[in-house]
Design a protein around this ligand. Structure first.
Ligand SMILES: *[C@@H]1O[C@H](CO)[C@@H](O)[C@H](O)[C@H]1NC(C)=O
Ligand SMILES: *[C@@H]1O[C@H](CO)[C@@H](O)[C@H](O)[C@H]1NC(C)=O
Ligand SMILES: *[C@@H]1O[C@H](CO)[C@@H](O)[C@H](O)[C@H]1NC(C)=O
Ligand SMILES: *[C@@H]1O[C@H](CO)[C@@H](O)[C@H](O)[C@H]1NC(C)=O
Ligand SMILES: *[C@@H]1O[C@H](CO)[C@@H](O)[C@H](O)[C@H]1NC(C)=O
Ligand SMILES: *[C@@H]1O[C@H](CO)[C@@H](O)[C@H](O)[C@H]1NC(C)=O
Ligand SMILES: *[C@@H]1O[C@H](CO)[C@@H](O)[C@H](O)[C@H]1NC(C)=O
Ligand SMILES: *[C@@H]1O[C@H](CO)[C@@H](O)[C@H](O)[C@H]1NC(C)=O
Length: 449
């Protein structure tokens, strides 16, 4: 009797083991588990015990209902994790895991989330064999080396987030040539150097370009106007719908208005360029002002110079502008007062001068957003020189009435100064003339003799 039960149990267990999961993929998952330090024991369900043989039931693994192929790996950590800082095992906490170069067995993987673990080593070039991959999250690890060329095979990628690692080299030109479906490209907080390649501009679907916090030099490419999804909302509507795969699994992290935010399905509303904290120089190309759907533009902490484009006011969707700590000069374009959605502005520490244009938005910001310039008018404490001084030289589309008033008072002051010196100047400089004036003075009562 008991033998019968044992046999029955064993056969059930065998059924469980074989059910659902594809053997080669389960082996690959085991190998992955073997390679990482799992201090917090997050992968405890990845085992053959207790009838857990079906890897599709394992934590963080999502399989196709019909084919049983592994489609998604959700191993991102809310806290720095596969090895948990919070764990008592101090030795373990300092260990790092390496991604083995064995991603050949997951031809159907669409989503990989490995962010916020302590992975080191390089991005395995075998990841280039993941031909179905749509969303690759590697951010917040210690990955080093260059982005492997093999990733140019992953032509369905919609999101590539390798931010906050230790990657170096230049930003690959092939990203623009091959990854034509990208919507989110984040390489922020790495050690990338060199120029922004023009090829990037060919990614018409791009909505989030985050290259902040690297060592990138050169200028902002003029071809940015080709970012169709940022220039025209309609242009990317198709993509915006099709990349919502799985059960709302598509999440991108971007920095907006100074905060790290996670965008899930509402990503189709986000348009953001963050090039801050690099070594970019030159002027802002006027082509930037054709990105009508752009919501966030962060160019802070670079070496950018020249004036802020007069047409910046045409970017009516802008909600956040950070141009702080650059070398911008000239005045704040009058057109900036048209930016009615602007809720975050930082122009501090440049070489801007003249009057801050008036609008509900521009005066509502804290004066610190303008500090480190030679600006005047509310909200900064510097009063503009009283009526009669020319201010805001060269600002485009100024108010005509205001200019006329300026000209009137300017004329009055100049007239006064000139007539004053015609009459009294010689008096100061020339004794002879002074005596003559004194003579006249006695007759005209100009001087009190
Ligand atoms: C898989 O099946 C479950 C339950 O039958 C269903 O809720 C889920 O939406 C399916 N997932 C996919 C990707 O089809
Ligand atoms: C990864 O971390 C481990 C443990 O700290 C170390 O031994 C190894 O050299 C590191 N590898 C790289 C490529 O940094
Ligand atoms: C890229 O894809 C091609 C065919 O799709 C394949 O032959 C090649 O091995 C792949 N390269 C890498 C590095 O995976
Ligand atoms: C998209 O384009 C159509 C016509 O070209 C226009 O009617 C519609 O308002 C546009 N939608 C958006 C969100 O811009
Ligand atoms: C712009 O970038 C800088 C440096 O990367 C960052 O400190 C700042 O918070 C960002 N500004 C906004 C508005 O996100
Ligand atoms: C600041 O701007 C003025 C023109 O507005 C220019 O003459 C001057 O050279 C600039 N200073 C620096 C340090 O860039
Ligand atoms: C503006 O930028 C400066 C320099 O980047 C920063 O110190 C300051 O906190 C920022 N102000 C606001 C309001 O974000
Ligand atoms: C500036 O001029 C206007 C009229 O042109 C006048 O109403 C205003 O009081 C003047 N402001 C100062 C501070 O003199």
């Amino acid at each position: 009797m008991s033998v019968l039960l044992v046999l029955l149990f064993l056969s059930l267990a065998t059924v469980n083991i074989n059910e659902g999961c594809i053997e080669s993929e389960r082996q690959a998952l085991f190998m992955f588990k073997h390679d990482v330090t799992d201090g917090a024991n997050r992968l405890s369900s990845w085992s053959l015990h207790h009838g857990h043989g079906d890897c599709c039931q394992w934590d963080g693994v999502v399989c196709d209902n019909v084919t049983a192929h592994v489609l998604e790996l959700h191993l991102a950590n809310p806290r720095p994790l596969l090895d948990d800082y919070g764990s008592d095992a101090e030795n373990e906490a300092t260990e790092r895991s390496k991604l083995r170069d064995c991603w050949l067995n997951w031809q159907n993987l669409q989503v990989i989330k490995l962010s916020n673990n302590r992975l080191n080593g390089s991005i395995p070039s075998s990841m280039g064999t993941l031909q179905s991959i749509v969303s690759l999250h590697l951010q917040k690890n210690h990955l080093s080396g260059e982005i492997p060329l093999s990733l140019n095979n992953c032509t369905d990628l919609i999101l590539l987030d390798a931010g906050e690692n230790e990657l170096h080299g230049s930003i690959p030109r092939w990203i623009g040539d091959s990854l034509r479906k990208l919507v989110v490209l984040s390489l922020r907080s790495n050690k990338f150097s060199g120029y922004i390649p023009d090829e990037l501009c060919t990614i018409g679907s791009l909505q989030v370009l985050d290259l902040a916090d690297n060592n990138i030099i050169g200028s902002i490419p003029r071809c940015v106007s080709k970012f169709r999804a940022m220039a025209n909302f309609n242009g990317s509507m198709g993509t915006a719908i099709s990349y919502v795969i799985g059960a709302g699994t598509f999440v991108a992290t971007i920095v907006m208005k100074g905060q790290m935010l996670e965008y899930g399905t509402n990503l189709n509303l986000v348009r953001s360029i963050d090039l801050s904290n690099n070594k970019l120089s030159g002027e802002i190309p006027v082509e930037v002002t054709s990105l009508f759907e752009l919501k966030t533009l962060n160019l802070s902490h670079n070496l950018l110079s020249g004036t802020i484009p007069d047409r910046i006011g045409e970017l009516r969707s802008l909600e956040s502008i950070d141009f702080s700590v650059n070398k911008f000069s000239g005045s704040i374009p009058e057109s900036m007062s048209y930016l009615t959605f602007l809720s975050h502005l930082n122009l501090s520490f440049n070489n801007l001068s003249g009057v801050i244009p008036s609008s509900t938005q521009l005066q509502s910001f804290d004066s610190s957003c303008y500090e480190g310039n030679q600006l005047c008018g509310l909200p900064v404490p510097n009063m503009c020189p009283e009526n009669g001084t020319i201010h805001g030289v060269g600002h485009g589309g100024g108010n005509d009435n205001e200019n006329e008033t300026d000209r009137f008072w300017f004329g009055l002051v100049v007239g006064f100064v000139i007539s004053f010196w015609i009459v009294f100047g010689p008096l100061v400089f020339d004794k002879r003339w002074r005596s003559i004036y004194t003579l006249f003075g006695s007759q005209t009562n100009v001087e009190n003799h």
